[in-house]
Design a protein around this ligand. Structure first.
Ligand code: F6P
Length: 322
């Protein structure tokens, strides 16, 4: 393995730059050349590449976003698109690829590997944290800290006005962000895709809280497939519960900003591990962190299997929020 490529794909996540930086430094340490592919799979199909040397990645570990830029590429979902990408990989003389992204990225990667035998290793990065094969994805910690800081601020104003607040966090198919920021922010209720709850039931519980002396409350809502859904939930709750309420949608605020220590360290470890995995001749897998150690999970499993929410956190949430 003499020359490899690296790209970031899907939603950007803080800590991706730490992953790129570690991959570049590791590749150079082992005497390999490494090329950056811009704008994810769209850039791969278009042959949009940049050389990556020590200068290119210097002073990037503290930056959110991704210096390689990213995209979601509908073209790569087609066989023709992937054939074009395979042609570009051949022409550029790339012996292997490091792909930093989420389950959609790894789905596409599995197809590319199956159809064209491309050697590749995945690195999980998603603020949603919904990738099977790793306890934490790069970017989750930064986003969760952003969400909990927002909840703290909302609590100040909720307390001051005796209000019920709905704080909407990201999480398209999963409630990892909502659950952890909800626990850390002391939320009263959670609305997450994994455990849908009837509005009547949630309203009754909130009412019970108010009846025993609570004067304000916070409901953390995962946006799911419908960003802005918390406005509708707030309207529905109002039909059961006559309480002054407000909605705050955090949106893309959660995706930006400097990565936390945890995301920088995780990005660094996984970026370096991806390169050594390729060097050892292993491919078609994703490097992740499981139980404090590093593990390699077959790429198909990362998008075919569903990562479960932490059962202990789920069990204890109702008691913590009483
Ligand atoms: O990257 C995951 C995610 O942030 C989801 O939580 C969210 O639903 C989605 O991406 C938003 O995507 P976009 O930035 O394309 O609007």
């Amino acid at each position: 393995m003499k020359r490899i490529g690296i790209l970031t794909s899907g939603g950007d996540a803080p800590g991706m730059n730490a992953g790129i930086r570690a991959a570049v430094r590791t590749a150079l340490a082992y005497g390999m050349e490494i090329v950056g592919i811009r704008r994810g799979y769209a850039g791969l199909i278009g042959g949009d590449m940049m050389p990556l040397d020590r200068t290119a990645i210097r002073n990037t570990i503290h930056l959110g976003g991704t210096i390689l830029e990213t995209s979601r590429s509908p073209e790569f979902e087609t066989r023709e698109g992937r054939a074009q990408a395979a042609g570009v990989i051949g022409e550029a003389g790339l012996d292997g690829l490091v792909l930093i992204g989420g389950d959609g990225t790894f789905h596409g990667a599995s197809l590319l590997a199956d159809e064209w035998g491309t050697a590749l290793v995945g690195v999980p990065a998603s603020i949603d944290n919904d990738v099977y094969g790793t306890d934490y994805c790069i970017g989750f910690d930064t986003a969760a800290n952003c969400a909990v800081q927002a909840i703290d601020r909302i609590r100040d104003t909720a307390r001051s006005h005796d209000r019920l607040f709905f704080v909407e966090v990201m999480g398209r198919r999963s409630g990892f962000l909502a659950l952890e920021s909800g626990i850390a922010g002391g939320a009263e209720e959670l609305v997450i895709p994994e455990a849908p709850i009837p509005v009547a039931e949630m309203s009754a519980r909130l009412e019970e809280g108010f009846s025993i002396g609570k004067k304000s409350a916070i409901v953390v809502v995962a946006e799911g497939e419908t960003p802005g859904i918390s406005f509708q939930i707030a309207r529905e709750v109002r039909e059961y519960l006559d309480y002054d309420s407000r909605v705050c949608v955090l949106g893309h605020l959660q995706r930006g900003g400097p990565p936390t220590l945890r995301d920088r360290v995780l990005g660094s470890m996984l970026g370096a591990e991806a390169v050594t995995t390729l060097l050892e001749g292993r491919s078609g897998c994703m490097v992740g962190e499981i139980g404090g150690g590093l593990a390699c999970t077959p790429l198909e499993e990362t998008w075919q299997k569903r990562k479960q929410l932490n059962a202990t956190m789920m069990r204890m949430f109702p008691f913590l929020s009483e």
